[in-house]
Design a protein around this ligand. Structure first.
Ligand code: SAH
Length: 214
């Protein structure tokens, strides 16, 4: 129990269950992870509201519903190895770490990566490997992955990420420039099957040399 437990329960009822996310495991993970610990202290009281929250460096932690929906669409199982591109605050990473065996997470803004590492280790999430760098390259040495989640939008689906997805694996990501949509990609028989989910607005997935933080 913490002072935000009640807000967390309400968030799950109204924003998550109320909009159709049903996976018991995903709902349990959302109930367990203290979202307020992943946002700056002065914004903690907004952590459970129905919108993204600023985390510095022009970045945000996604809206709770978007985190829940993207996570559910990966159909994670306890033995899975997951790649996350865009560690940000580490909130989505924490949710993934409750549902999979191991999480590999890549962030391009070094101070965000360092801060997320500290938050996650303080909270005791220890099945996570971190890397600072350009996530469009994925993490070839640890591939293939059962699932991949990208939390910033590329203009097109990065080929390296498709190559690092296991046969039968699932990848969810926002795609597009001004008009973005959430896309689910499934690898079946060596082919990528693409399914559009709904329109979204994410920060862009940037090339390394364009973004050096603040
Ligand atoms: N999953 C995060 C959301 C963070 S927003 C959370 O739960 O807080 C998206 C993140 O993607 C930002 O932190 C941004 O710095 C990062 N990002 C943008 N381009 C990237 C790239 N090419 N490689 C890795 N991370 C990138």
């Amino acid at each position: 129990m913490d002072k935000f437990s009640q807000q967390r329960v309400q968030m799950i009822e109204s924003q998550i269950k109320g909009r159709g996310v049903q996976s018991r495991a995903v709902l349990d993970a959302l109930a367990e992870v203290p979202r307020h610990c992943f946002v700056p202290e002065e914004l903690q009281r907004y952590a459970y509201n129905d919108h993204p929250v600023d985390i510095g460096y022009g970045q945000t932690v996604s809206q709770p519903y978007v985190v829940a929906y993207m996570t559910e669409s990966l159909s994670l199982r306890s033995g899975h190895r997951v790649l996350e591109i865009g560690t940000g605050s580490g909130y989505q990473t924490a949710i993934l770490s409750r549902l999979a065996a191991q999480v590999f997470t890549v962030e391009i803004v070094e101070p965000l990566s360092i801060k997320a590492r500290a938050t996650l280790s303080r909270l005791g999430y220890n099945n996570i490997a971190f890397r600072t760098g350009d996530g469009r390259e994925g993490w070839p040495e640890e591939s293939p992955f059962d699932a991949i989640i990208v939390t910033a939008a590329p203009a097109r689906i990065p080929v390296a990420l498709c190559a690092q997805l296991k046969e039968g694996g699932r990848m969810v990501l926002p795609v597009g420039e001004t008009d973005q949509e959430l896309v689910l990609v499934m690898k079946e028989g060596g082919r990528m099957i693409r399914q559009s989910l709904f329109p979204v607005r994410f920060v862009p997935l940037v090339p390394g040399r364009d973004l050096n933080g603040e």
